[in-house]
Write a protein that binds this ligand. Structure first.
Ligand code: NAD
Ligand code: DAU
Length: 372
């Protein structure tokens, strides 16, 4: 039985991980630590809040003392560290929060783990047996690929291009250093673009789904030819599970979807799938009267090419063969299935996204769209 601290567990991937883990390992205990920034949402955990093995702690990872106390009080043996500022566009407009949370916050957590697991240890001068600090990172630390470049492996040199990816790269290096210098048992996973339920609608796929339903423009940065490697979020949780259970301490594992799409193609696909749903269900036209499909036209008429993201990385692609060979990792949800599930989740969970679309979200969309 494990006792986990999941930082950022009220965010997109963290909350999906919590759902996944409680289903897989119902006897394990989870303490979610989340500062509930604009991206954190307790509703993401509403399906599991009654679970006696789950505790929610509204806290900032930069509060080192509090992190230490939680590690002691809850006898935590495993930290799964998701908490971060995660949106590239926000990092361009305001990089400070990214350094504060992603770099200093990760360091604060590492210091707490070192204090409780290594310095205090088992009380007899030994490190706490079986401890693990798992750090959740991104493929963006590797920089950008040209169309014919081989995909990123764990040995690809770091070349982060945005304040977001630079802050993640810095945090990866701190995690590595705490292993090599102090002997903290760490693992790191670098994953490609996730999509699925509870995805905050500032990111491409949920933004496009909700804008279609509201008849709003679909802003495509630049020429729409940039490429991302998409993975259903549950498969990211599965990959992290494999790393925690079978991964080698000190090692880094790439997790990806082997599923490259240009932005314009993925937006066209989402348009087509939503149009099909309107054709099949006349209630949708009543629920979303501003959507093009409710007005005899197609969703892709909303597409607008807008000013490119500054420093926009052209292509990401993960080579996950090391994780495949070492851990038996492979995505289990096909993209066809995952994207259908995702659209259906947004159609079925209007109350979730209506609540999310509060003042701060609207302000973000306004700024984003006007800047375009
Ligand atoms: P998200 O923005 O949806 O969630 C981040 C969560 O962290 C939120 O709940 C927020 O409240 C919390 N948080 C932020 N600052 C905090 C602080 N100081 N203390 C405590 N909690 C804090 O992010 P996400 O998309 O779920 O990403 C989770 C992690 O996965 C990040 O580390 C990100 O870099 C990484 N990642 C994301 C993707 C992706 O496609 N979204 C892909 C690869 C890796
Ligand atoms: O690769 C992993 C990364 O994926 C994670 O580390 C990040 O946390 C996560 O946000 C994501 O970063 P991206 O920048 O790739 O995701 P985003 O959804 O913001 O954008 C996906 C692509 O779509 C990117 O090329 C920019 C483009 N885009 C995005 C938005 C929001 C648009 O063309 N229009 C938009 O409105």
């Amino acid at each position: 039985m494990k006792s986990l601290m999941v930082t950022g567990g009220a965010g997109f991937i963290g909350s999906n991980f919590v759902h996944y883990w409680l289903e897989q390992y119902p006897d394990d205990r989870i303490v979610v630590v989340d500062a509930l920034t604009y991206a954190g949402n307790r509703d993401n955990l509403s399906g599991v809040t009654a679970n006696a093995n789950l505790r929610f702690e509204h806290a900032d990872i930069n509060d080192t003392e509090r992190m230490q106390q939680l590690l002691r009080d809850e006898v935590i043996d495993t930290i799964v560290h998701f908490a971060a500022e995660s949106h590239v566009d926000r990092s361009i407009e305001g990089p400070d929060a990214f350094v504060t949370t992603n770099v200093l916050g990760t360091h604060s957590l590492l210091k707490a783990a070192r204090q409780v697991w290594l310095i205090e240890g088992d009380g007899d001068g030994n490190p706490l047996a079986g401890h693990r600090f798992h750090h959740v990172s991104t493929d963006e630390v590797y920089g950008s690929l040209e169309p014919d470049d081989p995909a990123f492996t764990e040995r690809t040199a770091y070349a982060p291009n945005s304040p977001y990816s630079a802050s993640k790269a810095a945090s990866d290096f701190l995690v590595r250093a705490y292993h090599h210098t102090y002997g903290l048992d760490v693992t790191t996973s670098n994953c490609s673009n996730n999509y699925g339920p509870y995805h905050f609608p500032e990111k491409l796929i949920p933004l496009v789904i909700l804008n279609i339903l509201h008849g709003k423009a679909l802003p495509i940065y630049g020429d729409g030819k940039n490429i991302r490697d998409w993975l259903y979020v549950e498969d990211h949780a599965y990959g992290i599970d494999l790393v925690i259970r079978q991964g080698k301490v000190g090692e880094t594992y790439n997790i990806g979807g082997c599923n490259e799409w240009t932005n314009i193609d993925i937006v066209q696909l989402v348009c087509k799938l939503i149009d099909q749903r309107f054709d099949a269900d006349e209630n949708l036209a009543q629920r979303f009267p501003d959507s093009p499909a409710a007005n005899g036209t197609t969703s892709n008429t909303l597409i607008e090419f807008v000013r490119d993201r500054a420093g926009h990385d052209f292509r990401y692609a993960i080579d996950a063969s090391f994780s495949e060979n070492e851990l038996g990792y492979a995505p289990r949800v096909t993209f066809e299935e995952g994207i259908e599930r995702t659209i259906d989740w947004y159609l079925a969970n209007e109350s979730w996204w209506q609540a999310v679309m509060d003042g701060s979200y609207q302000a973000w969309i306004e700024t984003n769209y006007k800047a375009a």
